[in-house]
Design a protein around this ligand. Structure first.
Ligand code: HEC
Length: 269
């Protein structure tokens, strides 16, 4: 396979390449104006294909015009800015010659003002939130820390759901981790693991809630009999706290079971 490259109407290729390969085209050797490159790919015994690419050469100064576009309709007096700058290869970069002063376009102003307005709005919103949380001492903090006042644990991705997650973590750490461990792995033959425990990952939460409310003893779990009983927490924890800790176990350590609400716990009391 080879590629022959022809310039304009030439019959002899000025380059022959084995693909893929890059080559250099020196436009300084060409006259300004339209030109064409013709690529002929020759696959011995399989045929020939051809492709043409047109291009324009302009090695003289580039021209910039502002105030008029091609095909414009004009009336009255029109201010037009004309600029030209050299584009010859080997020229040193000289910003002053490159610069063509153009007024800031309207869309840039609109964008700037929109961002400014959004920023001001955001600041005042944040500030009023801040005032809220500082002025009535404890009022809004209380609200965040006791999610049982606000119902569903899955109530969207807002602070309420976060409070539920935090509460579940806290209740678990204080009441359950001593036996079942923070990792949920328990202690072999002494306290059962909750990771992938059949009751914990059961879509029906009845047994899960029941075990936490009323405790459990003598149950063989996954072939293991546990001597120690699981203490009841019905008298110690509120419905919301039990819902939060049950949800914690249902969603931690790779567990992925449907979560419950405080009302579900109340039903099983
Ligand atoms: C004093 C240690 C201890 C504490 C504290 C403890 N558990 Fe347990 N838990 C156990 C034991 C032991 C079992 C197994 C009981 C059995 O097999 O009869 C168990 C079993 C369980 C089970 C599995 C039930 C089943 O049927 O497979 C769940 C769920 C559970 N505990 C949740 C909790 C939660 C939630 C807490 C904290 C609120 C907690 N445990 C605190 C010792 C404990």
């Amino acid at each position: 396979m080879r590629i022959e490259i022809y310039l304009d109407q030439d019959d002899t290729p000025f380059q022959t390449l084995v693909p893929p390969e890059t080559f250099r085209l020196d436009t300084e050797l060409l006259s300004d104006g339209p030109h064409q490159l013709r690529f002929r790919a020759i696959d011995e015994g399989k045929g020939i294909s051809e492709r043409r690419m047109s291009f324009n050469v302009q090695n003289g100064p580039a021209i910039a015009v502002h105030g008029i576009v091609d095909g414009d309709t004009l009336h009255g007096q029109v201010g037009i800015l004309a600029n030209a700058y050299g584009a010859r290869a080997g020229d040193e970069f000289e910003p002053r010659r490159m610069e063509t002063p153009v007024p800031v376009p309207t869309w840039a102003w609109v964008l700037f003002l929109t961002v400014l307005a959004w920023g001001a709005g955001y600041l005042s919103f944040e500030f009023s939130n801040h005032i809220d949380s500082v002025m009535p001492p404890g009022a809004s903090i209380e609200r965040a820390a006791t999610p049982q006042a606000s119902g569903e644990p899955s109530a969207g991705g807002n602070g309420t759901a976060e409070a539920w997650v935090a509460l579940g973590e806290q209740v678990y750490g204080v009441n359950c981790a001593s036996c079942h461990q923070a990792s949920g792995m328990g202690l072999p033959s002494v306290f059962p693991p909750l990771v992938n425990n059949a009751v914990v990952v059961d879509a029906d939460p009845a047994q899960h809630i029941g075990a936490v409310l009323h405790g459990l003893s003598g149950k063989v779990i996954d072939g293991v009999a546990y001597v120690a009983p699981m203490p009841p927490f019905g008298g110690i924890l509120s419905d919301a706290e039990i819902a939060a800790v049950v949800n914690h176990e249902r969603t931690q350590w790779g567990n992925n079971a449907p979560i419950i609400t405080a009302d579900d716990v109340a039903e099983h009391r």
